[in-house]
Design a protein around this ligand. Structure first.
Ligand code: ACO
Length: 386
């Protein structure tokens, strides 16, 4: 309460709003379901454990957008369509080649999407706009990355899948099957996740019937924060700082003693291990450097123990970001591109939600409870001046 307020003139009575909208249902969706107690994530009826790595990512993307798994013809057509939308426009290239080299790649992506949205689009072109967006994210990011490294730009190849083409454009090498499989599975695991903050942003923005590019810009801005998609590079930095397994316990204790959070742990919905984390851990074991994997598993065990002691009533386990950092690094993604690579996957979910929102739209317009003072009067001294 500020000095000018007294308890008598506060608006009353009021009940505290659910902080962070915890437990509030804001939409019905048929896209994905999270079982926080059982540690399960389902896309349109299919468990992600069954989807990841068993169906190429393009099939999962089709499932999210269309609602059923594609037949072979639908799969080939969708994959071809994605491949054919990969080239970026000249004005986007000019921006990427003039952007400051120290910019965060996700901020570059956000601005590039804004530029893409300069051309008028209408709601009938949502599928075309959606294809442009998801197909061009990897092209935008690799174009920027190679520009700032003063490397030759590599044009997209439309015969490669979403994952393989991204690695190819970034590194100049078509990835081996193991790396392609790891990134393809990562894309599946990260493509959608209920009403997470960035998806909510996209739905709120599109509910005003603005254009899809504006909704995706909102979503990217929301994903950027460390409490959402910005954590994997911080996990990587933490592992680099800890350096070796024997340092883990002391490092984590000191961090908790300073009231700082351990990145890659905790989740609003999961009260047990994030199911995506289990699969990512397997992928990290197969692909990451064995020393870094050993360090990560020690940090996981130690952090779990310490967090359990500190929050006995609230299980805090690894979330999707913890092992993502190892998988992304192993397939050749630079650390500061982890969150923008997350965006390459989540964009498919954002667009599925935008389409779902538009199919039965009502503008989001919740209430707030005013809890400030009432009946204050502008002081006479001010009245005299004006
Ligand atoms: N390390 C230490 N303590 C934690 C952590 C953590 N990683 N996560 C939660 N806590 C503690 C909080 O300090 C708080 O303690 P208190 O009740 O004594 O104040 C309690 O657990 C509850 O925390 P909230 O912030 O209320 O939990 P919320 O559901 O709002 O937050 C979040 C979830 C943001 C993921 C949180 O666990 C966190 O900050 N984790 C670290 C960052 C991270 O990994 N982000 C990636 C999230 S995954 C994704 O979005 C893709």
């Amino acid at each position: 309460m500020t000095s000018c307020q007294s308890s008598e003139n506060l608006a009353s009575p009021w009940s505290p709003a659910p902080k962070g909208l915890e437990g509030v249902v804001v939409a019905n969706t048929m896209i994905s379901k999270i079982d926080g107690k059982g540690g399960k994530l389902v896309y349109r009826g299919y468990d992600i454990q069954d989807l990841a790595g068993n169906i190429p990512f393009e099939g999962v993307a089709f499932l999210l957008w269309v609602g059923h798994l594609p037949n072979p013809l639908e799969f080939d057509t969708f994959k071809k369509n994605l491949g054919e939308h990969r080239n970026i426009a000249a004005d986007v290239k000019i921006f990427l080649e003039s952007a400051p080299h120290e910019a965060v790649p996700l901020s570059v992506l956000r601005t590039a999407v804004s530029i893409m949205g300069l051309r008028p689009s209408d709601k009938d072109s949502i599928l075309e706009d959606g294809l442009n967006l998801v197909s061009q994210f990897p092209t935008i990011l690799s174009h920027y990355q190679r520009t700032r490294n003063e490397e030759e730009i590599i044009a997209p190849r439309n015969d490669l899948g979403h994952a393989a083409n991204y690695i190819y454009m970034l590194t100049g090498e078509v990835p081996n099957k193991k790396h392609e499989h790891a990134l393809d599975s990562y894309f599946t695991l990260l493509a959608d996740h209920g009403m997470n903050a960035s998806t909510f942003s996209a739905r709120v923005t599109i509910s005003t019937l603005t254009d899809i590019y504006s909704a995706i810009v909102s979503a990217i801005g929301t994903l950027k924060g460390p409490l959402h998609g910005g954590a994997p590079s911080k996990v990587w930095e933490m592992l680099q700082e800890i350096e070796k397994p024997e340092n883990a316990s002391a490092w984590l204790k000191e961090r908790l003693a300073n009231n700082e959070r351990i990145m890659g742990f905790g989740h609003r919905i999961y009260k047990t291990e994030d199911p995506r984390s289990k699969i990512l851990k397997e992928l990290a074991k197969e692909n990451a450097d064995p020393d870094i994997f050993a360090l990560a598993t020690t940090v996981e065990t130690e952090a779990r123990k310490l967090l359990q002691a500190e929050h006995p009533a609230r299980p805090l386990d690894t979330n999707v970001e913890f092992y993502s950092s190892l998988v992304l690094s192993a397939v050749g993604i630079p650390t500061d591109m982890f969150t923008s690579t997350f965006a390459c996957a989540r964009a498919f979910g954002w667009i599925a939600h935008i389409m779902e929102q538009l199919a039965d739209n009502r503008v989001f317009r919740p209430n707030s409870e005013y809890v400030g003072p009432l009946d204050l009067r502008v002081p006479e001294a001010w009245r005299a001046k004006n």
